[in-house]
Design a protein around this ligand. Structure first.
Ligand code: ADP
Ligand code: MG
Length: 578
């Protein structure tokens, strides 16, 4: 039988690894006690001392003494309470565990006036006194690991421990935006986060307004699963340090599966290997998640993980699919620290009169040649007439960019990248369904290929067929092409096929993308109109409408922007108008 002191030390090994974990437990207790202000002071990065003060409920004398006893939690009474537990703590282990490896002093009062001070060391209560203090609790931890030299040795330098403390508090501050947090080290104030009314405001206080304004809003619901938050605009991904913060039902957690799902939403909008910043709050039904699977409660178990991950991916995808996701030229200023943010960029609803329900201009029931032809207003295959007349005047610049004016600024579309995105989504749909419209060539063409190109064709020939190519092997490395898709009137089937095969042959397939995606992206790139192609007004309009109806209009398939915008605010600033 273990003595309870030993058991506490073992528990301490799970709960108390380093100063940051002590700060975490104490700050979470303060939050559980309903604090609206939490002050954290550490000495020597937390190696020499930690003090956490709150203005929460406080404790009466008996409870303050009891709090140091193992399993003396006030937060659950019965095993059933564990389901859907809402507080941070619920095991009643943290204070005894900390106390078993340090000196601990609690000063607490349930209301202004008479309070209690309990001093304890190595798990033993040494004194209980009356003190005068304000409502709330202050816990002081000193001489951490004084009786556990092996653990003391594992502490890192002050800077490193300090960094962990900061990280941890930033995590809590992102989780509980309504609470005021302050943090100081060796008497020097380091961080102050005033109470915030939104995630964006808190992110601004932590990482700066520039970061805060550039993030995209996420907001989506699927059944009882709700996802909200902020994610990095694809154009910004990789430009600064990455940060991921997830909460499930208000509790910060690590969850590689959910992170992967959110990252999957960025597929084709950013280059492989770079990873976006994500701040996501996920809310699920209380009985759909088990939080009691990890000693520091940093991981959870879902009843239906697939459903949650799917909802996250779709929610992020939705955020990236708006015009807001387009790269801005110049940052929209944030008026002041505390006022709520203005919408950052273009209102996509204004661009998309019939969002969601709009028949895709490039849906496969449209005529295959229609890609760069403007549909007849009211024609069965085209979008509703309002959405055609809704197109702003467009101007082609340098035979490369389409420019138009929008409520909030000037917008530029890269015609090649934009068209590539349009064709990519269309080819993906065709590959899934395999009913591509194709045109029989008047004169079948013969292609002589290199061995590698012939091999590339060989391995993807079914997919080529699904895209609408009719191709036969003709002995050796020669192919006979008798029919080809006709995605737009300028399409050069032979050149597209040659370039695609050359590109596939030279490509060491990155495993992150599916074969469908790889082929659709390659063919789209080769089939799209090029920079330098002069477009007729009707073609510009058709491209505009088609791009607007894609799921990710602001990004091409290589992770580059298709759209950039210059806000009126930025222009006004440049011209000294504001
Ligand atoms: N800052 C605080 N304010 C009020 N009560 C507290 C505070 N810290 C701890 N307590 C009380 O002490 C108990 C034990 O805390 P702890 O060991 O962290 O266990 P748990 O948080 O799992 O309940 C809590 O349940 C709570 O009743
Ligand atoms: Mg606790």
């Amino acid at each position: 039988m273990l003595s309870s002191a030993v058991a506490d030390q073992i528990a301490a090994g799970e709960v108390v690894e380093r100063p940051a974990s002590v700060v975490k437990e104490l700050a979470e207790n303060a939050l559980d006690a309903g604090a609206t202000t939490i002050e954290v002071e550490v000495q020597d990065g937390g190696r020499d001392g930690i003090r956490v003060s709150d203005d929460g409920s406080g404790m009466v004398r008996d409870d303050a003494v009891l709090a140091l006893e193992r399993h003396a939690t006030s937060k659950i009474r019965r095993a059933e309470d564990l389901v859907g537990v809402g507080s941070f703590g619920f095991r009643g282990e943290a204070l005894p565990a900390i106390c078993s490896v340090a000196h601990l002093e609690i000063e607490t009062a349930p209301s202004d006036g008479e309070g209690t001070r309990v001093a304890a060391a190595a798990g033993v209560v040494e004194s209980v006194d009356q003190v005068a203090r304000r409502r709330g609790t202050t816990v002081r931890v000193t001489r951490l690991f004084h009786n556990a030299p092996a653990r003391r040795k594992f502490l890192r330098g002050a800077r490193s421990e300090w960094r962990s403390v900061t990280e941890m508090l930033v995590g809590l501050a992102l989780t509980r935006r309504d609470v005021r947090f302050s943090l100081s080290n060796d008497g020097k104030s380091a961080l102050v986060f005033p109470p915030a009314t939104s995630l964006r405001e808190r992110v601004g206080a932590i990482f700066g307004t520039r970061v805060a304004t550039s993030l995209l809003d996420v907001e989506d619901v699927n059944g009882t699963t709700q996802v909200s938050g902020l994610v990095e605009r694809p154009a910004d991904v990789g430009t600064a340090g990455r940060r991921v913060h997830l909460t499930i039902n208000g509790r910060a957690i690590r969850d590689p599966g959910i992170v992967r799902a959110a990252e999957a939403a960025y597929r084709t909008t950013i280059p492989a290997g770079v990873r976006p910043s994500l701040f996501l709050d996920i809310v699920v039904a209380a009985d759909a998640v088990d939080v009691n699977v990890h000693p520091a409660k940093a991981e959870v178990r879902f009843r239906d993980r697939w459903q949650v991950e799917r909802t996250v991916e779709l929610a992020v995808r939705l955020a990236l699919g708006t015009m807001d996701a387009a790269a801005p030229l110049g940052v929209v200023p944030w008026p002041s620290h505390s006022s709520p943010l203005p919408p950052v960029t273009v209102d996509v609803e204004a661009l998309r009169p019939d969002r969601g329900a709009a028949p895709g201009f490039f849906s496969d029931d449209a005529l295959p040649v229609a890609v760069l032809d403007e549909p007849e207003p009211g024609s069965a295959s085209g979008p509703a007439p309002e959405s055609v007349s809704d197109v702003p005047p467009l101007m082609q610049l340098r035979r490369t960019y389409l420019m138009f004016e929008h409520e909030q600024g000037v917008v530029l579309i890269d015609q090649h990248s934009g068209h590539e995105r349009v064709l990519f989504e269309r080819f993906m749909a065709t590959l899934e369904r395999g009913d591509a419209p194709s045109q029989r060539l008047l004169f079948p063409m013969t292609l002589h290929l290199s061995a590698a190109e012939a091999e590339a064709f060989e391995s993807e020939q079914n997919l080529f067929r699904r895209l609408g190519f009719e191709i036969e092997g003709f002995g050796g490395n020669t192919l006979l092409v008798s029919a080809a898709p006709m995605p737009h009137p300028r399409f050069d089937a032979e050149r597209c096929l040659r370039d695609t095969l050359a590109s596939l042959a030279g490509d060491r397939a990155p495993s992150a993308v599916s074969r469908h995606e790889r082929l659709a992206a390659t063919v789209a790139c080769k089939a799209a109109i090029k920079a330098g192609d002069e477009l007729a007004p009707s073609e510009m309009r058709a491209l505009f409408i088609a791009l607007r109806d894609t799921t990710l209009p602001a990004h091409d398939v290589h992770g580059r922007s298709t759209i950039v915008q210059l806000s009126w605010e930025e222009l006004e600033r440049r011209f000294g108008r504001r």
